[in-house]
Write a protein that binds this ligand. Structure first.
Ligand SMILES: [Zn+2]
Length: 55
């Protein structure tokens, strides 16, 4: 189904800006055009770090 592949395309990873570990997945909709940057807990760093959207 075409709709399923579209959903997968909109899924983005959130990568820790300090160690580079991918800790979170987000579903991005078409309205959000700007890059996501969220302060989230990184298990590798053991603290809250800035997580940035990656492909
Ligand atoms: Zn980290």
């Amino acid at each position: 189904m075409a709709s399923k592949s579209k959903e997968r395309k909109n899924r983005k990873k959130l990568k820790c800006s300090e160690c580079g570990t991918v800790n979170y997945f987000v579903r991005k909709n078409h309205v959000l055009q700007n890059r996501l940057e969220l302060n989230k807990l990184c298990k590798t760093c053991g603290k809250h770090t800035l997580h940035k959207e990656t492909k």
